[in-house]
Ligand binder design. Structure first.
Ligand code: NAP
Length: 487
């Protein structure tokens, strides 16, 4: 890997890994360019894995599988715990690397590193608490014993928007369960994954237990791995479109799938909400990672009585944000990941404006270098505009006025997605009653941030299958085995 000289001081050179990581060996190479989204300039170049490399990674994961599975849970736990400690020790370098390659503001990058490391600590603890079951049949005449076994080799595919946390949210439970893994990070943000693999090596993860591959041929490489009967799990985080393709591919060899896909979160503000709290929550739910989050508030439904005050308050807050490169400590809103991302946001906003929406701030891409889109608030947005159906993945808050509870429930559920939703109300009974009728995997009530390693993260409808984190996250990497036992 080459690393742009200008940035060599930003992150600990010890974290600059050399390329593919297979069977505990580093294999340098080139072919995948990593750009600084704040300038479009080359940041680094990393290796481009071939299908043969992927097959070697499966071989390495297979060779390490029996040993890792047999490693006592306490020992697996301690390795994860030291990986957590190393990430914490190197938090500032990792955050800088994330800010550099992803573009998110340092404050968000620091938050991500803490969140990401926490998955290792959480699963270091869960590794020693894998549940089992003993019960008697209803007739009372037989015994049922249920054990949980590691599912086998897991392929982990992650997106660019949380380069550290989406990887640890999978590696943590997989390793805790006793599985070996092959991680394929997003091409835009591979540096963080390689840096974390370096730390994993230092933490004592045995060769072959974690393998990391970057590739310009994700489809071909993944299909080849899924066709290998030794691979028993696919855990994917990314768009619903790619998720559908992978589910179809995995069906060919009946591979178990966990899917963390796209979202279209409604953010509902009732008349009786605490306005300041709702605005604080809205800024977090919308602007964490400059809106590039699957849980990002995508549609603001605000009740008529509080609507105008909410629009004014949100506009003032969005206007006050400082835009700049993520690695500038003063930045509050960094660039988007690519020029294509800016184009998509521009299309959605332009279509909304043409349909009658009004921008109270922002509304056009910035023309300077880099992939910047300014914080934007849209009011009077038609409820059927394309911006209400598609993931914006950017710093744009479209606001829709509503009158009744039934109306907002219908609007909130009018989407193929069901990942996250938010409700602000001082009346908890109302919030819970409405919340029960919202089709979502996660609901924030008077909270703008719900991600927590100790909680089950995931969606319903086309937002995914399965849950990551929490007590059940480890079971995604295990198979129950039933023993019918008489004595
Ligand atoms: P994406 O385009 O679906 O890519 C995600 C990952 O899949 C990348 O590593 C990508 O590799 C890889 N990929 C692309 N095509 C593939 C194929 N045919 N076979 C195998 N792998 C393939 O998504 P993204 O743009 O990176 O991420 C944004 C999306 O992720 C949004 O929809 C967001 O909501 C979702 N997301 C969901 C969650 C959640 O927990 N539910 C969390 C974060 C993000 P390349 O980079 O090499 O193309």
């Amino acid at each position: 890997m080459t690393f742009h000289a200008k940035f060599s001081g930003y992150a600990d050179p010890a974290l600059h890994a050399a390329g593919l990581y297979i069977g505990g060996k580093w294999q340098s190479g080139s072919g995948i360019t990593v750009l600084d989204p704040s300038t479009g300039n080359l940041l680094a170049e990393v290796a481009d894995a071939s299908i043969e490399d992927a097959q070697r990674a499966v071989d390495a994961a297979h060779a390490a599988a029996a040993g890792w599975r047999a490693t006592p849970a306490r020992q697996r736990s301690e390795i994860l715990r030291s990986w957590y400690q190393l990430m914490t020790q190197h938090a500032e370098e990792l955050a800088t690397l994330i800010a550099l390659e992803n573009g998110k503001a340092l404050v968000d990058a620091r938050g991500e590193v803490a969140y990401a490391a926490e998955f290792f600590r959480w699963y270091a603890e869960e590794a020693t608490r894998i549940p089992g079951e003993f019960r008697r049949t209803p007739s009372g005449s037989h015994n049922i014993l249920v054990d949980h076994e590691p599912i086998g080799i897991a392929v982990l595919i992650t997106p660019w928007n949380f380069p550290a946390a989406m990887a640890t949210r999978k590696i943590g439970p997989a390793l805790a369960a006793g599985c070996t893994v092959i991680l394929k990070p997003a091409s835009e943000t591979p540096l963080t994954a390689y840096a974390m693999a370096r730390l994993g090596e230092e933490a004592g993860v045995p060769p072959g237990v974690v393998n990391v591959l970057t590739t310009s041929n994700p489809g071909g490489m993944t299909n080849a791995m899924l066709a290998d009967s030794r691979v028993r799990k696919l855990s994917f985080t990314g768009s619903t479109g790619v998720g559908r393709v992978l589910l179809a591919e995995a069906a060919k060899s009946v591979v178990s799938c966990s899917m963390e896909l796209g979202g279209n979160a409604p953010f509902i503000v009732f008349d009786d909400a605490d306005l300041e709290a709702a605005l604080d929550g809205a800024m977090i739910a919308k602007m964490r990672n400059a809106g590039e989050a699957c849980t990002a508030a995508n549609r603001f439904y605000v009740q008529a009585g509080i609507h105008d005050a909410f629009v004014a308050g949100l506009t003032a807050r969005m206007m006050s944000l400082k835009i700049g490169p993520g690695y500038d400590p003063e930045t509050q809103c960094g660039p988007m990941i690519t020029q294509n991302a800016v184009r998509k946001i521009d299309r959605l906003v332009s279509e909304a404006l043409a349909a009658g929406a009004r921008a109270t701030t922002g509304g056009k891409p910035l023309t300077e270098n880099g992939y910047f889109y300014p914080p934007t608030v849209l009011e009077n947005v038609p409820v059927n505009a394309s911006i209400a159906r598609e993931e914006i993945f950017g710093p744009v808050a479209p606001i829709y006025k509503f009158e009744s509870d039934d109306e907002v429930i219908r609007l909130a559920n009018n989407t193929e997605y069901g990942l996250a939703a938010y409700i602000y109300s001082r009346d908890l009974k109302r919030a819970m009653t409405v919340g029960k009728r919202i089709e979502t995997g996660m609901l924030g009530i008077n909270r703008g941030l719900m991600s927590d390693p100790a909680a089950p993260f995931g969606g319903v409808k086309q937002s995914g299958l399965g849950r990551e984190g929490g007590v059940t996250g480890i079971l995604e990497f295990m198979e129950p085995k039933y023993y019918a036992v008489d004595y």
